[in-house]
Design a protein around this ligand. Structure first.
Ligand SMILES: Nc1ncnc2c1ncn2[C@@H]1O[C@H](COP(=O)(O)OP(=O)(O)OP(=O)(O)O)[C@@H](O)[C@H]1O
Length: 373
């Protein structure tokens, strides 16, 4: 959807902000451009919507050379979100969100309805917020208005420059989560600039790590950038604690889960005993007729009692959980194993520290590092 071919930008004073950058952003993907201050991230982003004109190379947007497009029309078709948001102070929140629809001459009613729909989408109840002015909002709320405004004309492409940079870490985390949910629904092609590796790996389907002069050192999945940095620069940039960061971007692997005895509450106790004896673990999982988890039984009871004493099982995870969430649940319940469930709480298997480790190793093996060394 966005293709940069040998793109360069030399500013008038001779600064080579970007020398020779080639990168392509697949349709519907979120690519995070990350790198130290001054490496050329913002320059790169602004060349896509021609706020800055490249001095060499080519940029194609959906196959069209951006230099051949009318810049005003080009920018209306690309959502743009920046850190300082840039809301118009003397316009209401609704008018701000409706900026592009208004420029596109939508009729008032339609622009207004679209603005309210978007405010709702970004979690700002229109009846409470649409008539306010930007100075009557918190920093996080202003960022949300910025995102709503960028989405107003439903552009297929979004450019985001440190969109969550101006708010405190807690609000930033919440905005990131909300944005991920939104992106999941909308499937925009997004190029996002950040200097924060945590933000890059959390939001990006792919992460592009740049060194000075827009020098692309690695362009890869978050797990591969963290697990197999292409060179020392990338390793240093992603940090010594990249192993911990990887936990947050690696999903548990359902096929690596341990199989354990699974019984029903009405399974005869002799049978449960036999199944538990034939397995490596001294307990069994209990499910209902639909396979949904109801609890567990310990083997030691089986010898003495005549009925199954099913105990509740609190250490559970959804199959889409990350390894970080899995560790967190293990620590919270002091549990060596966690039951993994699907959307209907059907039991899929048990996650142990060993299966967690297997998932971590697998996450790097399945992604080919493609960075230039
Ligand atoms: N108008 C300009 N004239 C000359 N040099 C510029 C101009 N704008 C940016 N630069 C230089 O180009 C380089 C890249 O700047 P850019 O803003 O793209 O970096 P960045 O990676 O986005 O940095 P940051 O994370 O600090 O925002 C820097 O060395 C900067 O000083």
């Amino acid at each position: 959807m966005i293709v940069l071919e040998g793109v360069g930008k030399q500013y008038a004073d001779g600064t080579d902000a970007v020398r020779d950058l080639s990168l392509s952003v697949p349709r519907g993907a979120l690519v995070a451009l990350v790198g130290p201050s001054g490496c050329g991230k913002s320059t790169t982003l602004k060349m896509v919507n021609r706020l800055i004109e490249p001095t060499s190379g080519r940029i194609l947007l959906d196959g069209q050379d951006v230099m051949k497009a009318d810049p005003v029309a080009l920018r209306r078709g690309i959502g743009y979100v920046i850190q300082q948001v840039g809301l118009f102070p003397h316009q209401s929140v609704r008018e701000n969100v409706a900026t592009v629809p208004t420029l596109l001459h939508w009729d008032r009613k339609r622009a207004r309805a679209r603005a309210d729909e978007l405010l709702e989408l970004v979690g700002l109840e229109p009846s409470a917020y649409a008539d306010r002015y930007p100075h009557q909002l918190s920093g996080g709320q202003r960022q949300r208005v910025g995102v709503a405004r960028a989405l107003a004309a439903d552009p297929p492409v979004l450019l985001m420059d440190e969109p969550f940079g101006a708010v405190d870490p807690i609000v930033r985390g919440r905005l990131q989560d909300e944005f991920l949910r939104l992106q999941h629904e909308l499937g925009k092609t997004v190029l996002l600039v950040t200097h924060d590796i945590d933000e890059a790996v959390r939001l990006g389907d792919r992460v592009a790590v740049l060194a000075g002069g827009g020098d692309l050192r690695q362009y890869d999945s978050p797990a591969a950038v963290l697990g197999a940095p292409a060179d020392d620069f990338v390793a240093e940039f992603v940090g010594a604690d990249r192993g911990l960061r990887r936990l947050a971007v690696t999903s548990i692997l359902v096929e690596e889960l341990e199989e354990v005895p699974v019984v029903r509450a009405d399974t005869p106790i002799e049978e449960v005993r036999r199944r538990a004896e034939g397995s490596d673990v001294p307990w069994a999982i209990v499910v209902d007729e639909a396979g949904r988890l109801t609890g567990w039984v310990a083997a030691e009871h089986l010898d003495t009692s005549s009925t199954l004493r099913v105990r509740p099982m609190e250490a559970t995870l959804h199959r889409s959980a990350t390894l970080k969430e899995a560790w967190s649940v293990m620590l919270r319940y002091d549990a060596g194993w966690v039951a993994v469930l699907d959307d209907d709480r059907r039991f899929l298997g048990v996650l142990t520290p060993e299966s967690l480790h297997a998932a971590l190793r697998q996450s790097v093996r399945t992604t080919q590092p493609t960075g230039a060394a």
